[in-house]
Design a protein around this ligand. Structure first.
Ligand code: FES
Ligand SMILES: [Fe+2]
Length: 345
């Protein structure tokens, strides 16, 4: 086996630092991303901004005692005010503010997810994560985990068809189309049978088809359709490198409103009555999230202890792992992986 090289710890990309309601108006929150701290503040008007924690005046940490004053962040040390663009707009003494700015991090808040652009070299965003139309979907159910891991490893699951049977117990997984790679995004579709259905084992499994959409290594979601019932879920997996091999993983799930869905089979009856449909929708959402959470947690044991094998010994049935890795190289400056990547078998 070839000597394996480590992946660089911080691929560039958009990473989730929380959900919108984690940052209420008037709040100041310190987060970690790519081994650094950043301070997020939400103004009274609702604008959200992320800045370096160190005040350019005399070095106080905004995250320890900083407050929001209308549309600005107020430093706890001398009361200087900073706008959402980082610019100093007032001193604490009513004197002319120095022409200085706190460094801001690019931020995008969409579909209730707060994303921050991270590039170890400080470059501007090289791609955007598209906004989704979520009007027909229920609010998220979500969870957050922290463990030893790397975003390239966790996101590789989207194309690792082989592990679906072994780790998750799915049956007959198969790719429905070729992997589509387009700049920083990647799209894969596959189908499988889940022997444990929505209502538990023994009550019939479900066949689902998956549309996996990946944008960089920190943001992906799967649109899962259960054709026989006419249900559609959207499951997000958001991997955030807070430190070197120190990962925060957020998951969020939503289900398409039943009245917007093309219900089939027994679900058709449910669609007839509005109160019943609401009740069943909540149940379906809860069960779907439980199944999703269970699937993700099944991966933990592997993720926490796995090593990056740059020259994997691949076999038929693996899925397009090497195509994924070649695509992922774009998020690094000098990837040792790129030298080691060999042709797909
Ligand atoms: S250190 Fe921030 S205002 Fe002085
Ligand atoms: Fe998995």
């Amino acid at each position: 086996m070839a000597k394996d090289l480590r992946l660089p710890p911080y691929p560039r990309g958009w990473y989730c630092v929380g959900f919108s309601d984690d940052f209420p108006r008037g709040s100041v929150t310190t987060k970690r991303l790519i081994g650094k701290e950043l301070v997020l503040f939400r103004t009274e008007g609702g604008a959200l901004s992320a800045v370096d924690p160190v005040c350019p005046h005399l070095g106080a940490h905004f995250g320890h005692g900083g407050t929001v004053t209308q549309e600005t962040l107020r430093c706890p040390f001398h009361g200087f005010l900073f706008g959402t663009d980082g610019a100093c707009v007032a001193t604490g003494y009513g004197t002319k503010p120095p022409r200085v700015a706190a460094r801001t991090w690019p931020i995008a808040e969409q579909n209730g997810i707060v994303l921050v652009w991270a590039d170890p070299r400080g470059g501007p965003p090289s791609f955007q994560v598209p906004k989704l139309d979520m009007g027909d979907f229920s609010p998220f159910k979500r969870a957050v985990y922290r463990f030893r891991g790397h975003p390239q490893d966790t996101t590789e699951n989207s194309v690792d068809i082989g592990h679906l049977t072994v780790v998750h117990g799915y049956e007959r997984p198969r790719m429905l189309s070729e992997l589509v790679v387009d700049g920083a995004s990647l799209h894969a579709t596959y189908e499988f049978h889940r022997p444990v259905g929505l209502w538990g084992r023994g009550l019939g499994g479900v066949t689902a088809d998956f549309d996996a959409h990946v944008h960089g290594l920190g943001y992906s979601f799967v649109e899962a359709r259960i054709g026989a019932l006419g249900l559609t879920y959207r499951n997000f997996v958001l991997a955030t490198p807070v430190g070197d091999m120190d990962l925060e993983l957020r998951i969020a799930a939503t289900v398409k409103r039943l009245e917007q869905s093309e219900l089939r089979g027994p679900m058709k009856l449910v669609g007839l009555s509005k109160p019943l449909s609401k009740l069943v929708e909540n149940l379906i959402h809860a069960r779907g999230f439980q199944a999703f959470q269970n699937d993700v947690e099944q991966d933990f044991l592997i993720w926490k202890h796995k090593e990056y094998v740059a020259r994997p010994a691949l076999a038929a049935g693996d899925g397009p792992v090497m195509r994924y890795r070649r695509w992922a190289e774009q998020f690094y400056d000098d990837s040792p992986a790129s030298a080691a990547v060999s042709a797909e078998p």
